[in-house]
Design a binder for this molecule. Structure first.
Ligand code: AMP
Length: 587
């Protein structure tokens, strides 16, 4: 079998690795660089550029240059390049094709198999889009794995001890934090959190804004009017940021940055680390929330962490390291390269999947990843009934039995939801289908088995089957039903914010549904045994039913007052007692 490559398809930079002689090695590109900028461009003459060549000409060709495409993965964003519209998958595929070619040149053989990494928070659609990008690039994607998991795998190379670790990954455009348990032969992601719109680019932007203001104040020149100047300024800002990771001050020197009143403008400035820290303090602090929420979800205290791993170029920033130290109380491990470990782990996983014996038994680790949000289906009264809890380990195969709400119902709609809120309307619809051919029966009799399958790539298939007739229907969640990272983050924040309000609403809805069911079964029992009851009792039950029906009929959980809710509970309790007696006549 030919070699399997591991690809870290990053927002800013990508990296490719392969296992050689049992050890993961980074494959340099044709320029000898160990990472390749995730930038593509079309030149005026239609030539396609990928990597640093594309990045370098961005200043003179901003219109036909695409960077940070990863932010658009799984969306219907399109870019017109040379008269043709390109999808994020197609643009990502250009980067993947380049990495594949570099690997082929380096290894001297044709490469088709690859493992590609994605942020832990990527949803089904974004994972599928990444897989599609691989296919467009002529790759057979053996598996999509989470970046922090991959880093932990690289780290696991030389560390066998069972422990829980934190992977803090701050790259160019995304932030992920994961709590991972490393066991003897299994790496399990216990919890993940993050922010898909936070990364080194934001730090660069703060420096750029600062320099623009300085230039305006000192030289009365507005650099924002000159696109080319802004691109040069951004490059210089990033360079200064990197220098400040090692020094206390950096000089920004941009001769001939623009023209003003027909005269060339030269701009020079000094940025101290203290000023840089001040400009970016809130960005660093924004990582604290996800760290705490990941620890919380994993149910552990920071003191229980065995290690804290830093991944992503931006973790070289001293203030970021200081922050990690402060919130975890641990000295972060630095014995893995933050830019390269994700690709290394992917290469190792590729080697394991190819069944190669090059890796020793202890590194042939099985990966278990998790679902970022809970999955549910809509049931009576618009309730989102959870089938899969958030942060459940993949692969998943879960079944739950549901039934019909109305008599002689011959079909049901399976409305698949993603999110943390108890009511269906507050969650994201990710798929819908109808199961037909259900055996006609009284409400509550048919047994409909709904199964959620999520494979190791995180791709979800939902199926429903009437256990009686055997009729079945299923869907695989497709690119039309997407949930962006921002939506995922929003969903988690909303769930926390509305937790108590939602809980109260769910209680009300559940009580209303139960009351409706009670009315159904009581009516049913009355039809069967009514004749055996004395007149008074029958009259009383009918009066109790009428009262409850009236309350249920006008009940709306989102508007119901506490007094109405109490009245509903009392009326249901009264009817329950007489109904129990009535149904007791069955035996
Ligand atoms: P990654 O996505 O992991 O390749 O990270 C890329 C980000 O890391 C970019 O925003 C870089 O500017 C940033 N970066 C790389 N090296 C350094 C450094 N020495 N100090 C600060 N940021 C860095």
């Amino acid at each position: 079998m030919s070699k399997v490559i591991g690809i870290d398809l990053g927002t800013t930079n990508s990296c490719v690795a392969v296992v050689e002689g049992g050890v993961p090695v980074i494959i340099p590109n044709e320029k000898g660089e160990r990472t390749t900028p995730s930038v593509i461009a079309f030149t005026e003459s239609g030539e396609r550029l990928v990597g640093s060549a594309a990045r370098r000409q961005a200043a003179v060709n901003p219109e036909r240059t695409v960077a940070s495409i990863k932010r658009h993965m799984g969306t219907d964003w399109r870019k017109n390049l040379g008269g043709k519209m390109y999808s994020p998958q197609e643009i990502s595929a250009m980067i993947l094709r380049k990495l594949r070619e570099d690997a082929q040149n380096y290894l001297g053989e044709t490469i088709t198999d690859a493992v590609i990494t994605v942020p832990a928070y990527f949803n089904d659609i974004q994972r599928q889009a990444t897989k599609d990008a691989g296919r467009i690039a002529g790759l057979n994607v053996l598996r999509i794995i989470n970046e922090p998991t991959s880093a932990a795998l690289a780290y696991g190379l030389n560390n066998g001890a069972a422990q829980k670790i934190m992977v803090y990954d701050l790259g160019g455009g995304t932030f992920d934090v994961s709590i991972i348990e490393i066991g003897d032969s299994v790496i399990e992601v216990l919890a993940t959190a993050g922010d898909n719109h936070l990364g080194g680019d934001d730090f660069d932007e703060r420096i750029v804004n600062h320099l623009v203001a300085e230039c305006r104040q000192r030289q009365r020149v507005d650099l924002t009017r000159d696109t080319t100047a802004m691109v040069r300024l951004k490059e210089a800002a990033e360079q200064a940021k990197k220098e400040l990771s090692a020094t206390e001050a950096a000089t920004i020197s941009l001769p001939f940055i623009t023209q003003h009143a027909g005269q060339p403008v030269h701009f020079e400035a000094t940025l101290t680390r203290a000023k840089f820290n001040e400009l970016t303090r809130d960005l660093v602090e924004r990582t604290e929330g996800p760290v705490r929420s990941a620890l919380n979800d994993a149910g552990i205290a920071a003191s229980e962490l065995g290690r804290v791993l830093l991944v992503g170029g931006s973790t070289r920033i001293p203030a970021v390291q200081e922050m990690v130290r402060r919130i975890t109380g641990k000295e972060p491990s630095r014995n893995i390269n933050p830019d390269e470990c994700v690709a290394q782990g992917a290469a190792m996983q590729g080697e394991t999947l190819s069944g190669s014996t090059a890796l020793t038994a202890s590194t042939g680790i099985l990966l278990l990843d998790v679902t970022p949000l809970s999955l549910a289906i809509e049931t009576v009264g618009g309730v989102a009934t959870r089938v899969v809890e958030r942060n459940t380990t993949l692969p998943i195969h879960y079944s739950q039995i549901f039934t019909t709400a109305a008599a002689f119902q011959s079909s049901v709609e399976i409305h698949v939801l993603q999110g943390e809120r108890p009511m269906a309307r507050d969650n994201k619809t990710i798929g819908k289908f109808r199961l037909k051919g259900i055996k006609r029966a009284a409400a509550g009799v048919p047994q409909i088995e709904v199964t959620f399958d999520i494979d190791t790539n995180g791709i979800l298939t939902v199926s429903a089957r009437d256990k009686d007739t055997g009729m079945a229907q299923s869907i695989t969640i497709t690119a039309n039903e997407k949930m962006s990272e921002a939506e995922i983050q929003q969903a988690i924040r909303d769930a926390e914010q509305y937790a108590s309000q939602d809980g109260a609403q769910r209680d009300k809805m559940t009580t209303i549904n139960e009351a409706q069911r009670l009315l159904n079964v009581t009516q049913d029992a009355l039809n069967r045994h009514g004749k055996q009851l004395d007149k008074e009792e029958k009259k009383r039950i009918k009066a109790d039913m009428a009262l409850l029906t009236k309350i249920v009929y006008k009940a709306k959980p989102e508007k119901m007052s506490d007094a109405d809710f109490e009245a509903l509970k009392r009326a249901a309790e009264t009817l329950r007692l007489s109904s129990e007696h009535l149904r007791g006549m069955d035996t």
